[in-house]
Design a binder for this molecule. Structure first.
Ligand code: ASP
Length: 339
């Protein structure tokens, strides 16, 4: 049995209720027990006409590479937590995304990166905030989860933890890209009037493995021209990242201050758990709260049955899913599902 008609009806219903652009619903066949991975590469003012065909192709290729890396883990029986980590690493290593190399600049022209990861099996979690020399911040977050008794390290202590864990260390200038330097110059010029798309972006992944375990990961450079020391939602468990087996997994992107204030990821999972809402319904409520406070962004979701969903109140969100039956990527708010 296909859920397509149901998903389409739900999309119409939500679109009718919300004043925000609705993303296209996916049409993944959810009848077979299987693994699935869904990712995002940031949300914002991403409109048709604002990107060249070459840029669009670059983003799609970047999403596809991330999906392929995560799928490789899941296809071979690997865990959801290994899969979300594997999926975000190629995006951290790809300068087009605001994570790892290509991270945005702080107002002082440096980079401070945030990342978090959560395993739905036991709700163990790890996070780093404001790391400056760790090539792949998600690996530092994972090391915090696996190798320490803590959940989060910040600043110099987080960098030092990564050094002691033997992670790959790079000079802060490794993260520099010309594109982000130009964004910084523009944002510093127009500080008060900057378009959201120019200021943020983030990458993230959620997954379900063949054993039904859920996991989520989020990693970012934060917001362009952020004040040094500013920490967004991305490294905060419950704000941008949450995973609980039998409930849902969430990774968020958007204007972090609002996602922190709403506690977006935990709000979504709690609504699913306590109110019996679908992940899409719960996410719409949380994002409506974000919008009511003045924020924008989106979430990528997967539920206990492995159904993926994408909800955002920005014009677009780089996003995609993959499973044993196929894959799908999208950029704009009105992108259609691909069978
Ligand atoms: N949420 C990130 C932050 O506020 C940025 C983003 O996702 O666009 O740091």
């Amino acid at each position: 049995m296909t859920l397509k008609p149901l998903l389409a009806a739900a999309a119409l219903l939500l679109a009718a209720c919300a004043s925000v652009p609705m993303p296209a619903q996916t049409s993944a066949d959810t009848s077979a027990p299987q693994w699935r991975l869904a990712i995002h590469g940031g949300a914002g003012v991403i409109t048709r006409g604002s990107m060249t065909p070459e840029q669009e192709a670059e983003f799609r290729a970047g999403l596809e590479a991330a999906l392929a890396a995560g799928a490789e883990v899941l296809r071979n029986g690997g865990s959801a937590v290994d899969a979300v980590q594997a999926a975000v690493i190629p995006m951290e290593d790809n300068p087009i995304f605001n994570a790892g190399v290509g991270a945005v600049f702080t107002a002082e022209g440096r980079h401070e990166l945030d990342a978090s990861i959560m395993d739905g099996r036991d709700r163990n979690a790890g996070a780093v905030a404001g790391v400056t020399i760790v090539k792949n911040p998600i690996l530092a977050a994972r090391a915090v989860m696996d190798k320490s008794e803590h959940v989060m390290f910040a600043g110099a202590g987080a960098d030092m933890f990564a050094v002691h864990q033997g992670l790959e260390i790079v000079p802060n200038s490794y993260f520099d890209t010309e594109r982000r330097r130009k964004s910084l110059d523009r944002v510093l010029d127009e500080m008060a009037r900057t378009e959201a798309a120019d200021r943020h972006g983030t990458v993230g992944a959620v997954a379900i493995d063949i054993h039904g375990n859920l996991a989520a990961a989020t990693t970012t450079g934060g917001m362009t021209a952020k004040t040094p020391g500013r920490v967004g939602d991305s490294p905060l468990i419950g704000a941008a990242t949450y995973a609980e087996n039998g409930v849902c997994a969430v990774s968020a992107t958007g204007h972090g201050e609002y996602f922190i204030r709403v506690g977006v990821a935990k709000t979504i999972c709690d609504r699913v758990k306590l109110a019996g809402e679908s992940v899409g319904e719960a996410a719409q409520v949380a994002l409506d709260e974000v919008a009511a406070l003045g924020g924008d962004g989106g979430v990528v979701l997967i539920d206990a049955q492995g159904r993926p969903d994408f909800v955002f109140n920005s014009e677009g969100m780089y996003r995609g899913w993959i499973d044993a039956t196929g894959s799908w990527t999208a950029i704009y708010g009105d992108d259609e599902a691909v069978e």
